[in-house]
Design a binder for this molecule. Structure first.
Ligand SMILES: [Zn+2]
Length: 497
């Protein structure tokens, strides 16, 4: 996030990310000034302590000082522009000649139409939103009504409302926004009434747990806590870091530049200097560490950049000195508010009955083979079943214990026990495959009346095939059964007693 341009006020991008509290970096190359980048701030000078503090800085997580956050550290805004078109067939209309172009809708409330007072209070009398108004999901963004053209009248009253109905165009996003700007987009000729509206919305994005930050050395991390300042470590002069990062982020990545920047930033802050970050300015004999270390020494600090610090929780001094300095940090556009996903039940695919993909559509997060293996390794059998069945394509199916197949269509005989049609039938679910013609049973002379007999559509009488039960299965298992049977392969399930 940063300052993407000089004319933000006049822009109508679909989406823009903006940083509100940008600063000029203490450590910078000469080109930074030459390009005038101070007009486009894109980060903040943060006091950074490199220390493994509470465990909340594990694995590229970083702890944000809550007071720094409250002072406005890394505060950002997203601007979104929504265009509302009254004429949905604008293209086809444009293709026609101008004279034939039909205008059948106008912005604003229909005269004498009923609109609740609550809705009216959310829009101005012209049917457009108030500048600065807060909009939440489902709030109206503007109103429009149907009209007919009366050629006999003059232009201002030529459009007459015909049905007394006001249509509301609603804000569909789930996030709270504020109306920044409303633009009426002029019609082609200029004489015709406006047919589209551009509404710029402002969405405040103060940093929250889960938002991403980075130094200019690619040391990116996610905020894991906004730690109260009183519980943060502090130095002898009482300085509390804005950010805590874990020392384990350095050995494997070898971002030595960040240490140098930390040192230079600290010395620059103490002396009021803008430090030059051009590469190759130093040699093995004349090192950056010595140069900035000397500046630190002159300011009364340890020339290595370490300093004694005290635990904000116990108040006792740490056994080791802590490397603390000033590093320019950037806010990245990956924010948890755009990414979080949660679901119990929701939309499913027709074919399998499993949850659909996609955050926007309210889908689920896939528990793949690796996740399954992890759950297995932890012995979390019930959790595993809940993911793979309960919250997925759980289904109950009739199965025949005799032949081990799913009952294909619904029960052979609808009965009261199933809550189906009354009267005919016994209420027993039977397997057609295992049922026998009553005539055959009698001819053979074997026992008659294994169950009650029933009649099929052709008038034939059947008996038996009632050794069925209900099993809980994943819906795709049934789908697999169907696909295999389409290829002439039968699946047989041995269902226990
Ligand atoms: Zn059967």
């Amino acid at each position: 996030m940063g300052t993407p341009g000089t004319s933000i006020r006049y822009r109508t991008d679909n989406k823009t990310y903006r940083l509100q509290t940008g600063q000029t970096p203490i450590v910078r190359p000469p080109l930074y000034n030459e390009y005038g980048l101070d007009n486009f701030p894109n980060g903040m000078n943060a006091v950074v302590a490199v220390i493994s503090y509470t465990g909340y800085d594990m694995d590229d997580a970083m702890i944000l000082n809550k007071s720094a956050h409250e002072r406005g550290f890394a505060h950002g805004t997203i601007y979104k522009t929504k265009v509302i078109r009254l004429d949905e067939n604008e293209r086809t209309n444009k293709a026609r000649s101008k004279s034939a172009r039909a205008i059948n809708k106008l912005f604003g409330f229909a005269p004498d139409s009923f609109v609740s007072a609550a809705t009216r209070s959310k829009l101005d009398s012209d049917g457009l939103p108030h500048i600065g108004a807060k909009v939440t999901e489902g709030d109206p963004l503007c109103a429009s009504h149907n009209v007919t053209y009366d050629p006999a009248k003059t232009s201002s009253v030529a459009y007459i409302n015909n049905d007394g109905v006001t249509q509301l165009h609603k804000y569909k996003d789930s996030e709270v926004a504020y109306v920044e700007e409303v633009r009426l987009l002029g019609a082609e000729s200029g004489a015709e009434p406006c047919q589209s509206l551009s509404i710029k919305l402002r969405i405040p994005r103060s940093p929250v747990i889960g938002d991403k930050f980075s130094s200019r050395h690619g040391q990116k991390g996610v905020c894991s806590q906004k730690w109260p300042a009183i519980d943060m470590p502090f130095s002898e002069s009482g300085i509390i870091p804005d950010i805590i990062i874990n020392p384990h982020a350095f050995p494997s990545r070898m971002t030595i530049g960040m240490f140098v920047e930390s040192l230079a930033g600290k010395a620059g802050a103490l002396h009021g200097l803008a430090q030059d970050s051009s590469p190759w300015r130093f040699t093995e004999q004349d090192t950056a560490g010595d140069y900035f270390g000397e500046q630190l020494r002159l300011a009364g600090y340890n020339h290595h950049g370490n300093e004694p610090m005290y635990s904000g929780i116990t108040g006792r001094e740490f056994a080791a000195d802590i490397y603390q300095g000033v590093v320019f940090y950037q806010r990245l556009r990956h924010m948890v508010n755009d990414k979080f996903q949660v679901r119990t039940t929701g939309p499913v695919t027709q074919l399998t009955g499993q949850p659909i993909k996609g955050r926007a559509k309210g889908g689920g997060i896939r528990v793949g083979e690796m996740e399954r293996d992890a759950l297995l390794a932890h012995g979390c059998a019930f959790l595993l079943q809940d993911r793979l069945m309960g919250c997925s394509d759980y289904r109950r199916e009739w199965v025949c214990k005799g032949c081990g197949s799913f009952l294909s269509t619904q029960p052979t005989v609808w009965g009261g026990a199933l809550g189906g049609r009354r009267g005919k039938g016994t209420g027993v679910v039977r397997c057609r495959r295992c049922a026998r013609k009553l005539a055959d049973v009698i001819e053979e002379g074997s026992e008659v009346g294994i169950g009650e007999e029933w009649e099929d559509g052709s008038g034939e009488k059947w008996v038996g095939g009632e050794d069925t039960t209900i099993v809980a299965i994943p819906g795709v298992l049934r789908y697999l059964d169907v696909e295999l049977s389409a290829m002439g392969v039968r699946m047989r399930f041995n269902v226990g007693p």
